[in-house]
Design a protein around this ligand. Structure first.
Ligand SMILES: NC(=O)c1ccc[n+]([C@@H]2O[C@H](COP(=O)([O-])OP(=O)(O)OC[C@H]3O[C@@H](n4cnc5c(N)ncnc54)[C@H](OP(=O)(O)O)[C@@H]3O)[C@@H](O)[C@H]2O)c1
Length: 336
């Protein structure tokens, strides 16, 4: 057993994750009472969140430098501290608590982990992104069976689960994504109308085919996609804001147009923010639901095909996600 491990530490606030962070070597201490010592096997990548953390721009996370980074990882319990119940050495576990992700080993309170059925990366994606998708669609979006639902970044880690969850509820899913391969992918997941924003205008398609018909619209991109969703929200519709990927590059964009109050109140519609990290009380119930759907074969997890390995592979994985070329959930294999 080596006595040290590597992790990615944010050393300074910077414009990008790579420029603010460094690989550090840390001592691996035994777990204190109430803690677990876990050997991480896979971590999930959240390139947009990581970039915003590097910029100190995530409002609800107060960062004291230096800080370890990364949110979610799946690992195996190596040892349990005294006073720990419900976990034993050899158990596969997932954490979704910052900064539990970008590190070879994790030593943290047992309450930061959940046991999962197997040490397979699917359980990592389900416990992290799957829970986000379930809460965005059901808790915040208040989705009802058969509604019309628009989803942006629909082929991504979050998006491809959202599409499936909405389709499972008998909803008509309008999926927005970039490129032919992503379009084919989301269609295979149950999307009924796919808008490839590189070849079609989201605003024009929605105005022509879905005027005032979106019961729920889940947007993580912002910009003109958010505008098009808002313009076509149905009476009593819910526009869920779960991110703003398009605003990463030196923005938010300043727009001059009537206040959105005018687009909402005549329809009794709403715009709702979704932030998974603020919904911890709802994680267990959402996790149970997505685990069950997966175990029943109703929900599939797709991983991006590019392989990233080791702590040093995390930087490339973050940048690959930011490039917009990834499809499905991006993870890094930490086994070595
Ligand atoms: N609020 C929450 O609690 C929460 C939880 C999880 C994730 N999120 C957010 O949900 C979104 C999806 O997360 P993910 O980790 O699953 O990522 P992802 O969807 O796998 O990857 C990001 C995708 O966003 C699209 N995109 C559009 N404009 C972009 C830009 N300027 N830069 C980068 N990507 C852009 C790209 O797809 P297309 O080109 O096909 O559009 C890209 O593939 C992110 O915005 C993330 O911050 C929020």
């Amino acid at each position: 057993m080596t006595e040290t491990y590597r992790a990615i530490e944010l050393r300074r606030f910077a414009d990008g994750f790579r420029s603010g962070a460094e690989i550090v070597t840390l001592d691996r201490r035994p777990p204190a009472p109430g803690e677990l010592l876990v050997r991480n096997l896979y971590c999930g990548v959240n390139g947009i969140f990581d970039t915003q953390i590097a910029r100190n721009a995530v409002d609800y996370v107060k960062i004291a430098l230096p800080t370890l980074t990364g949110v979610e990882a799946l690992g195996i319990v190596e040892a349990t501290g005294s006073d720990v119940s419900g976990f034993a050495a050899g158990d596969p576990v997932v954490t979704t608590r910052f900064p539990g992700g970008y590190r070879e080993w994790n030593i943290a309170p047992a309450s930061h982990f959940v046991r999962v059925p197997e040490a397979k990366p699917e359980w990592l994606a389900l416990a992290s992104t799957g829970v986000s998708a379930m809460l965005a669609i059901e808790h915040v979006g208040a989705l009802r069976d058969g509604e019309t639902v628009a989803i942006s970044a629909a082929a991504g880690g979050l998006g491809h689960i959202l599409v499936q969850l909405a389709a499972l509820r008998g909803c008509h899913v309008v999926a927005v994504c970039g490129g032919q391969e992503k379009s084919d992918f989301v269609r295979s997941l149950g999307a009924r109308r796919v808008i490839d924003y590189r070849t079609e205008s989201v605003a024009e398609v929605l105005a022509a085919e879905y005027p005032d018909k979106l019961d729920v619209a889940i947007d993580t991109v912002s910009g003109t996609i958010f505008d098009a969703f808002l313009d076509n929200v149905a009476p009593h519709g819910r526009v869920v804001v779960g991110g703003a990927a398009a605003d990463l590059e030196g923005r938010p964009e300043i727009v001059t147009q009537p206040r959105i109050a005018h687009k909402l109140y005549y329809k009794g519609a709403s715009v709702r923010g979704f932030m998974n990290g603020l919904l911890t009380d709802h994680w267990p119930a959402a996790r149970e639901k997505v685990f069950e759907l997966y175990a029943d074969g109703q929900l599939n997890i797709t991983f991006d095909s590019r392989r990233h390995v080791g702590i040093e592979g995390i930087f490339d994985a973050v940048e690959h996600l930011l490039s917009g070329r990834s499809m499905g959930k991006v993870i890094v294999d930490l086994r070595s």
